[in-house]
Design a protein around this ligand. Structure first.
Ligand SMILES: [Zn+2]
Length: 321
């Protein structure tokens, strides 16, 4: 108690503050999302995400080289295909946009290549699976997810990240991969993925807005927290290697609760809306740039082991200066 206890003693200089700091922003723990658009001729800036562009299959190698140079050690790939149909078949083509991007990334860089695994960018209706009437049919969608996982593994992906929120998706993908000799490809499971308005700018980027309805019939209700623990427990039982909470900043309590409940590595996805809010406020001078570090650090402080963020390149670059 005061006057014996004076917490200010340990705040008196930068060096002391560093010494007693509990969390650090380790750039090796940042994952940069990368969009590859098969229909584009040159990189297309995404208006709703200033500073971020969709790459083309031809510009990808150069972009990855830049990320390498900045010190980005992991990427998360998303594809925008040239062809969409109601069953999203271009998602599991051997020479599909993500499959080719995986090959390019594996050849050109030493980055950890993680690929998002879903169908919303590939279906003409924009939903994350195969429709039965107006509903996404869970079990037939799993068959497609298995095919996608296998095609990614064949292309040389380091890790698959199923994001569709179908029940049983992790177990089905695990079984499919193991059955074909890919038992060493880890699964990063989007375990607690909320039906969030924060994905808005990404939909712009990935061209994946559903043509009817929304995703609330499969993504989680933002009002729920215990349900997230249930989802995570399911995924771990099914063989997930890394669990994920998405979005991050409005869901720090979920990350923290997951940290306290589970020992598996936790990834947090700081989504496009979080990026755009901070980026635009900083670009306009309304917030100091340190708001970016503060926000990403808060995600680690909450308990995340790794953070997927569109600021990965910026933060890596900054730490090198
Ligand atoms: Zn999806």
């Amino acid at each position: 108690m005061f006057p014996v206890s004076r917490p200010r003693r340990l705040r008196s200089s930068e060096k002391i503050r560093d010494l007693v700091s509990e969390t650090s922003l380790d750039t090796k723990k940042l994952i940069m999302p990368v969009f590859v658009d098969e229909t584009a001729r040159k990189p297309v800036p995404i208006p709703s995400m200033p500073g971020i562009a969709r790459q083309t299959p031809d510009s990808l190698a150069g972009h990855l080289g830049e990320l390498d140079e900045a010190g980005v050690s992991s990427i998360l790939l998303f594809g925008i295909p040239g062809r969409k149909d109601d069953k999203g078949t271009s998602a599991h083509q051997e020479n599909g946009v993500v499959q080719e991007s995986i090959r390019i990334a594996r050849k050109e860089t030493s980055q950890i290549v993680i690929a998002d695994l879903c169908m919303c960018e590939y279906t003409s209706h924009g939903h994350c699976g195969v429709l039965h009437g107006e509903e996404v049919d869970n079990d037939s969608t799993l068959e497609s997810y298995g095919k996608i996982a296998l095609s990614y593994a064949k292309a040389g992906v380091h890790m698959v990240a199923p994001s569709g929120m179908m029940d049983g998706q992790v177990g089905f993908i695990r079984e499919t991969l193991d059955g074909s000799g890919y038992q060493n490809v880890p699964i990063m499971a989007y375990s607690a993925k909320y039906a969030s308005a924060m994905y808005g700018p990404f939909r712009n980027a990935a061209d994946s807005t559903p043509s009817f309805g929304d995703r609330r019939a499969y993504q989680m209700d933002p009002r729920n927290s215990r349900e997230a623990m249930l989802e995570i427990a399911h995924d771990l039982n099914e063989g997930a290697d890394i669990i994920m909470v998405k979005p991050a900043l409005p869901y720090l309590d979920i990350i923290n609760k997951a940290r306290e409940s589970f020992d598996a590595p936790i990834a947090a996805y700081s989504v496009s809306g979080e990026y755009t809010m901070l980026k635009m406020a900083v670009d306009n001078g309304y917030l100091a740039p340190s708001a970016i570090e503060e926000s990403i650090t808060s995600i680690f402080r909450a308990g995340a082991d790794m953070v997927i963020t569109y600021f990965a390149e910026y933060l890596c670059e900054k730490s090198r200066k």
